[in-house]
Design a binder for this molecule. Sequence first.
Ligand SMILES: [Zn+2]
Length: 296
Amino acid sequence: MRVQTASLILTTTLLCTVSCSVTSWIAPPRDKDSKPFSSKSVTRGQLEITGEAPMNDFLPLMDELQATMGDMQDILGLSELSAPTRIHIYTSNYELEKAIRQRSRLAPYRRAYFFDDDKKKEMVILVKHTDYIAYDLRHECTHAFLHSHCSDAPLWLDEGLAEYFEPSRTEQGYQPRHINRLMRMVNTSKWRPNLTRLDKLDKSVVFDLTVEQYAESWLWAHFLINYSDQSRLLLKSWLKDYENLETPPPLSDQIRKLYPDCENRVYEYLLELNRKLAELGEIDNLPPEGELTNEN
Ligand SMILES: [Zn+2]
């Protein structure tokens, strides 16, 4: 496994609301309803949750997270989460902000954070207790799962898989909002998938991935997992190689080797997803995006 120090993975769905600004989070007064930190915790496998809320409330979610990580094992061909992952749930915005600042002075505000600190051999998830916490934890636990096997995977794969496993298990990675967003870009700006562009995303800085980049990352992850037996096998083989080889070949090279016209295939794949979405007439059942993001 490659060495990585203190990387910070941020998520689109975890961006703050449109109405909240970063400055409003600097030295705010303590929330009236916030409670002192409690050491109460629950554990499932390598996951440990602590926080201010009643921990028994999270037992069903813990079970679901375990099941979701079982899905990851099956789909990605990896063994179980191999590193302890501490999840801390905050009911106070101030306490969450304070905990974030202790780890990173530059991180933009989010509802949830994933920290992979290789020096400390620990993975930590900090998350606000909201109505969307199940989405948030499925997303962040995907990062933990992937980083426990492949700590330096391409950013687009890291975020694409997190977006894939973020919906509930019954959705099987389906994210209508990403399809709608990408199709709007296709129709308005003749946008097309571009793996070279995705490969250039830099995860070494405190970044602010755009919602478009999250959507395209999801599309490529969805394509690799569902397009064909060969595409899924390619992904599984690359992940396995990553665990075993000092210098794994770039995933994008492997994709182009299998499908030299991969961008065209992914574009056609998006169109097919959109056709199915139109047939279903399905309404996105996720929370309104405007309440979750501060789109650029
Ligand atoms: Zn993420």
